[in-house]
Design a protein around this ligand. Structure first.
Ligand code: PLP
Length: 397
């Protein structure tokens, strides 16, 4: 018997596939260096864990309101005002099982069959598939390293059609690490203000900024743009809480209400215990975030410097997130011990099998000229991994 057509349209996440392959080799006792992971290597801070333990002990272990507890919504409301200067009512905020589910449910409630979603490439792997799951059409808009991987007004003009319903923005970006300059965001905001296009602003890497980069949400630029923007964020990356599954969205009340209905008829509330922990993450001591970002900045500096010494690889210096996205296409066509490196998939495959270094092929993010390395792994790992990559490139013929 046949499965639904929509299942056939989507593929499993390629980043998770690399992580699984690397884990399988590790289980065989191999010394794998994993640059594939999309999560910080730090443990969840103790104050957050204690809040969860306390929630369990106090019996906070039952269903909550489907869209999240009032307490957590208040903490998120305060955070958006404090960090972003954005004022939302509690009815404009929804908590979900990860930012990923917020984005998934947004496409479910915004898209009719055939509606188009503009996705600047390189993009986070899940956006196109989520759009397909909502019967929408992902419209991939390539951006370039020369433009800091930022979307331009020209790109918008060329790709907007009468079916365009949503634009997805992700700054700081996974996978490129680029951070939109405020004047670029403002230009996009002004261009879209009077058009019937929603903006999903994925701000999950908000705090991961280096070298003086500043974060802006597109929702900040005017009331008009705020009325069509849904801000998505969460605790996964900022507080090393990927496994706790707490994300959130803030935007117009009619949108949030529809998301709550969808959530109440699908997954119901995010875990009560994780919600209690997220309150502490957002309201409590923030010093762990600063320490982590500081460590990431020195790893970034090391990794960018090391790539500069490898001929054939061009590594832009990212201003945010915890990824580097080097251009490797100058290596294509060469061979390693008889294996031809035709593209990013072959390069990632050979690095893993020959040097036990896991990276994600750029093709997973919509650009085959690159690979992505996460530097959310220890400094020793970063150093060892980069020297293995240098050895590998040296032996290419
Ligand atoms: C990790 C990530 C998410 C999802 O985070 P969760 O809250 O763990 O679901 C969303 N967007 C981007 C760009 C990410 O890298």
């Amino acid at each position: 018997m046949n499965l639904a057509d929509r299942v056939g349209r989507v593929r499993a996440s390629k980043t998770l596939a690399v992580t699984a392959q690397a884990a399988a080799l590790k289980a065989l006792g191999k010394a794998v260096i994993n640059f594939g992971a999309g999560e910080p290597d730090y443990d969840t801070p103790d104050n957050i864990k204690s809040a969860a333990i306390e929630a369990i002990q106090q019996g906070f272990t039952k269903y909550t309101a489907a869209g999240g507890t009032p307490d957590l919504k208040k903490a998120i409301q305060e955070k958006l005002r404090r960090d972003n200067g954005l004022t939302y009512g509690l009815e404009q905020i929804i908590v979900s099982a990860g930012a990923k589910y917020s984005i998934y449910s947004l496409f479910q409630i915004l898209l009719n069959a055939g509606d188009e979603v503009l996705i600047p490439a390189p993009y986070w792997v899940s956006y196109p598939d989520m759009v397909l799951l909502a019967d929408g059409v992902p419209v991939i808009v390539p951006t370039s390293a020369e433009n800091n991987f930022e979307l331009t007004i020209d790109d918008l003009q060329k790709n907007i059609t009468p079916r365009t319903k949503v634009l997805v923005l992700n700054s700081p970006s996974n996978p490129t690490g680029s951070v939109y300059a405020p004047e670029k965001l403002r230009a996009i905001a002004e261009f879209l203000e009077d058009r019937d296009i929603f903006i999903i602003s994925d701000e999950i890497y908000e705090y991961f900024l280096y070298g003086g980069a500043k974060f802006y949400s597109i929702a900040q630029f005017s009331d008009k743009i705020r009325a069509k923007t849904i801000v998505v964020n969460g605790v996964s990356k900022s507080y090393s809480m990927t496994g706790w599954r707490i994300g959130y969205a803030a935007g117009p009340a009619y949108i949030v209400r529809a998301m709550e209905t969808l959530q109440s008829q699908s997954v119901s509330n995010p875990a009560s215990i994780a919600q209690a922990a997220a309150v502490e993450a957002i309201r409590g001591d923030q010093s762990s975030v600063g320490r982590m970002v500081c460590a990431f900045q020195s790893r970034r500096d090391y990794i960018v410097g090391a790539f500069q010494k490898i001929a054939g690889i061009q590594c832009p210096c990212p201003q945010g997130a915890f990824y580097v996205f080097p251009a490797v296409s100058a290596l294509y066509g060469k061979t390693y011990k008889g294996q031809k490196i035709a593209g990013s998939l072959e390069l990632a495959g050979a690095l893993l099998s020959e040097k036990l270094v896991a990276v994600v092929p750029g093709i997973a993010f919509g650009d085959d000229n690159y690979i992505r390395l996460s530097y959310a792994c220890s400094t020793e790992c970063v150093e060892d991994g980069l020297s293995r990559i240098a050895d590998f490139v040296r032996d290419l013929v």
